[in-house]
Design a protein around this ligand. Sequence first.
Ligand SMILES: *Cc1c(COP(=O)(O)O)cnc(C)c1O
Length: 389
Amino acid sequence: MVELKNWLNQQREKGGLRSLRPVIRRGKGRLTLAGDEARELLDFSSNDYLALAEHPALIAAAQEALHRFGTGSGAARLMSGDLAVHHELEEAVARLKGKEAALTFGSGYLANIGIIPALLARHDLIFSDRLNHASIHDGCRLSGARLVRFRHNDLNHLEDLLKKKRGTGTALIVVESIYSMDGDRCQLRELVTLKERFGCLLMVDEAHATGVFGAKGGGVIEEDGVNGAVDLSMGTFGKALGSYGAYVAGNKEMIDYLLNRARSFIFSTALPPAVTASSLAAVRLIGHSSLRRELHEKIACFKDLLRTGGYLAELGPSQIIPIPVGESGVALKKADLLRAQGIFATAIRPPTVPDGTARLRFSITRHHSKADLAQAAKAILEIMEYRPS
Ligand SMILES: *Cc1c(COP(=O)(O)O)cnc(C)c1O
């Protein structure tokens, strides 16, 4: 027990100790923090990009499923937890992603730690972007395959590594299409060229792209027109889709194989009917381009406000906008300053991001009004000490 205490004390001294603080959601992208209920904050930390978590169609779908089927699914899919709504959702996802079939998982974390070890083992190779999400990294480690990490979004580095190390076993290239903490985008067409040239499988995690990119909301894979070339098209229901859970889409053989081999699918209780029904409602809704158009107008507006205020650093191509700060302590202090101005944005610190790259992460959602965006931009310019030119 002494070691736990030492560890906790060391972390506390470094400003690296995390703790939980409940938020009270007030709707429309507003929240308050427990113990400070008087101060309403604009939420710039949510991944509910399309504001679907409060959408009447998702709520109605969940309520109906609750009344008809109860709360829990009662068992794993391969036992007796398999419901028609799981299949409807998987068919809708397969259509969305332009694939033959799809399989749902309890969460994105479970999907990534299930899919990768099902396909690769010792003697195989995985080429993984250095900034990939922890769940991808953990899936790679769990597989026992040799892990080769390439510099973030550096395809020359990936090509060099493929030339040197590819060998003859099974090899996987795994990337995110929109990176969760940097908001930048992978070069998917070039990745497809490399995967074909070196005979690798390609897996793309679209946790932050599904619903946000692509004419039908099918993500960067749809926007770049490479559905056919991506072997494993993975994503989650918990972000822009406003629900919970995850999926992978692929050809029929791949999905049949995963449902027999992915341990986090086999040995885990099926998603509850109400959650599954709201995910299905979300997949149907995101086909409407008006939701996406509204979001992208807000993203452009926010970036314009920062630019015209004199903000010079990179703002990136997506709804996720990191404001680089550097040290953890500074990031926490700046997050406090923002809160004093009514803005809630999370300070992202190591180990979530590399040492010395702590940042404030802003995510734009469809909840934000022009006035909300202006208030946030003004606060950022002030705390980052930008002066209007
Ligand atoms: C959030 C996220 C996950 C995990 O998904 P959950 O459903 O929250 O477990 C996986 N990959 C990426 C890139 C993510 O951002």
